[in-house]
Design a protein around this ligand. Structure first.
Ligand SMILES: [Zn+2]
Length: 270
């Protein structure tokens, strides 16, 4: 059975625009890939919320928040990544309205992606481990801003499995002229949903939060980290059929950050 059908994410009213870039990509992926693989193997077959992709019993839509930023994020997602209920690029788009998302393909490139990368308001940076790039491309902090032509940082993140991300990095000529931002965070990944990640590589939402912090967007970074924590907690509890605890430390931290820094995102769960 197809993921979208049994997952109940196709029940949104037609003509209502999906809420963000990754949701739009997901909708397009479901429309254009009728033979898509099952991506939720091992998951309990529960009705999933179209807003947060968690089972209805663990829906977190009422807790999400959006934080406007000067910096932008550009997610290049492998073909079926937007369909995975554990994908964390979705969480980035939840929090950061300036999130763009495109499907990566070796043989074709979306003209809108090329236009975004060429837009003079943005300074695009590919976020990738420096050891895989020519040394002269690698930077570990943001370039100096030219006061005469200040550009907003646009962090390009490759969202997929580690091998998919490496392939996209190697086989995308339009990325070759861009600086490679190599992150060296001290902490190890807290992300426990997907085990295929290389131990030194972070999930997409963690990378995005680190980038936002580097750009001085601390509010957005903290809200995104807290949102990831709450999402991950509820995702795991749903798998274990354990009810969520809205008063635990993770939820209180997110609520405090939302109260201070962010407005609730609407619309809530449909
Ligand atoms: Zn929800």
């Amino acid at each position: 059975m197809e993921l979208g059908h049994h997952a109940g994410v196709n029940n949104q009213v037609k003509d209502t625009p999906p809420p963000h870039a990754v949701a739009r990509l997901r909708a397009a992926c479901m429309e254009h890939s009728p033979t898509r693989p099952r991506l939720d193997r091992g998951e309990p077959r529960k009705e999933r919320c179209g807003g947060c992709r968690l089972p209805a019993s663990h829906c977190a839509c009422a807790l999400s928040a959006s934080v406007p930023t000067r910096a932008g994020l550009c997610l290049l997602m492998s073909e079926f990544e937007p369909l995975k209920p554990s994908n964390t690029g979705w969480l980035v788009a939840d929090v950061v309205p300036q999130t763009h998302a495109f499907t990566w393909s070796r043989t074709a490139v979306d003209p809108a992606l090329l236009a975004l990368l060429a837009d003079p308001q943005w300074q695009p940076l590919v976020v990738f481990p420096g050891e895989f790039a020519r040394p002269e491309r690698v930077i570990d902090e943001l370039p100096q801003v030219d006061p005469a032509a200040p550009r907003r940082p646009l962090f390009v993140l490759l969202d997929g499995t580690w091998s998919e991300a490496r392939k996209a990095f190697r086989k995308s000529p339009y990325l070759e002229a861009l600086p490679v931002l190599s992150l060296h965070p001290e902490q190890l990944s807290r992300y426990k949903l997907r085990r295929s990640w290389h131990e030194h590589h972070f999930c997409t939402a963690e990378v995005a939060a680190l980038c936002l912090a580097l750009a001085g967007e601390l509010r957005a970074a903290h809200v995104l980290e807290a949102w990831l924590d709450v999402f991950s907690d509820r995702y795991l509890k749903a798998r274990q059929s354990v009810p969520p605890d809205p008063d635990d430390e993770l939820h209180r931290r997110l609520a405090a950050l939302r109260g201070v820094t962010a407005a609730p995102r609407s619309p809530p769960c449909r």
